[in-house]
Design a protein around this ligand. Sequence first.
Ligand SMILES: NC(=O)c1ccc[n+]([C@@H]2O[C@H](COP(=O)([O-])OP(=O)(O)OC[C@H]3O[C@@H](n4cnc5c(N)ncnc54)[C@H](O)[C@@H]3O)[C@@H](O)[C@H]2O)c1
Length: 257
Amino acid sequence: MIPDRSNVIADRNAVITGSGAGVGRALAIQMARAGAHVWVNDLNRDRAESVCAEIEAEGLLASPVIADVCDGDAVGAMVRETGPVDILVNNAGIPESGVRLQHFAESEPEDWEPLIRLNLFAVLGVTRAYLPGMIENGWGRILTIVSDSGRKGERHQAVYGAAKAAAMGFSRGLAHDVGRQGITVNCIALGAMNHGVLADAIEADPGLERKLSRPYPAGRLGRPEDVAPLAVLLCSDGGAFITGQVYPVDGGYFPAL
Ligand SMILES: NC(=O)c1ccc[n+]([C@@H]2O[C@H](COP(=O)([O-])OP(=O)(O)OC[C@H]3O[C@@H](n4cnc5c(N)ncnc54)[C@H](O)[C@@H]3O)[C@@H](O)[C@H]2O)c1
């Protein structure tokens, strides 16, 4: 008999960091549609509450949980508020100060710190905080959103790419630590997204997306909604035998080898 490993996350609790906007918002909406109760984490209360309202308007379950994931005390309070969760998506990765495009030779340690704090230390901190509950339940899914900047490397993004590459290395190692306890650990790597500041620039210059998407076999840049189908699979029962991997969702820009 084939066990039921369907691609659903019904009745699972999921926390998605930085899900008040962008990719995280799309993940929160799609995970709620797949049946999860979603905790929408953000440091911005208005954004988190507005995403929860969108989800609740569809008759689905979501609650805001406000915390700066770089702040250990705030993460502790977040875990006390949500209780143990089945699914953790480490999505927050663009600091409030943005990802400044600059030559490394012109950068200073104060430029590096927010990128490394959010994309590495916060991933470690939030994962460490939720892991004991997953171990106790014997089931867990940890997914971290990374970037092709950390796989291929991109001009003017060396430090951001380094922090993302570190998060991938962490995920691969952690998969070995917790695989026998029913917990999978994976990453999804994104290319450039038609979203946020880039979407504003594209709106102002309609030729820009065509130019930027030349190296993309899919012929366009990513959109937040492109990420959720694979994320839901990786976080479902159906993802039980998929761990320690980094999957690109990047329109074919930089293939996984
Ligand atoms: N946008 C892109 O082109 C792109 C490309 C590759 C990878 N990514 C990755 O995708 C993920 C999502 O990016 P996005 O573009 O959707 O981001 P975004 O900037 O649109 O939204 C991120 C949300 O995270 C919140 N946030 C920021 N710092 C936080 C913190 N310390 N604690 C809690 N919440 C915080 C913000 O308030 C915001 O609502 C990130 O990991 C990013 O590195 C994005």
